[in-house]
Design a protein around this ligand. Sequence first.
Ligand SMILES: [Zn+2]
Length: 226
Amino acid sequence: MELIIGRDGATAKLKVVNGTQVTLYGEAASVPGDVSRQHCQLTAIDDTTFVIRNIKSSNVTWVNGIEIQSKHITKEDKVQLGKSRYDLPLDEILEQMKPNIVDIEGLRSVWDDYNRNMIAIRKRQQTNNLLARIPIFLTMLGGLLIALSESIRPYSIAFTAIALLIMAYGFYRQATDRSIDKQEKLKKEFQRDYVCPKCGRFMGFIDFDLLHQNSFCPGCKARFKK
Ligand SMILES: [Zn+2]
């Protein structure tokens, strides 16, 4: 990453150009005329080390009171521009140099919990469906057995009784089933929690492992920490 630092011609504020992004710092007319419009360049070596370099050799740049053309600096160094020694707000400028990375590892458990709860709800619904079918099966089986053999007739009442009991249990389970409410609640909580820790954008109903394969957040473009 590389920043071009200089004086904004229109406002005489400090102007920092970061690719296509322009940021102005300080009050109007706070930067003296001996700071050039393109005065120096700041390049990141790593997260804490930077190189400051004069863009033209006629520009004057100071690091800790010593005039330089090019020098390695950290955020502790004092940088001044121009003969009148304008103090560069290095801390503020270096904010732009911070790598845009977001750690989404915390979303793994959000996805796992959601997925596990949804599967449990689906299993319960599956059992309810099955319970609704067993009585029909028993009734039909009873009818078939009676048709096959007269001697079975006395037991048909047992088939019907068992079928009715299972049916009643199935009704009870369906009547007390809150799975639709639960599903809605889970979805809402999931949409609230499965978001980018940086910009808060909802990540969608996407499996965490698939999400993690993406390289950055579609909202804030922060790269996912791997
Ligand atoms: Zn984001």
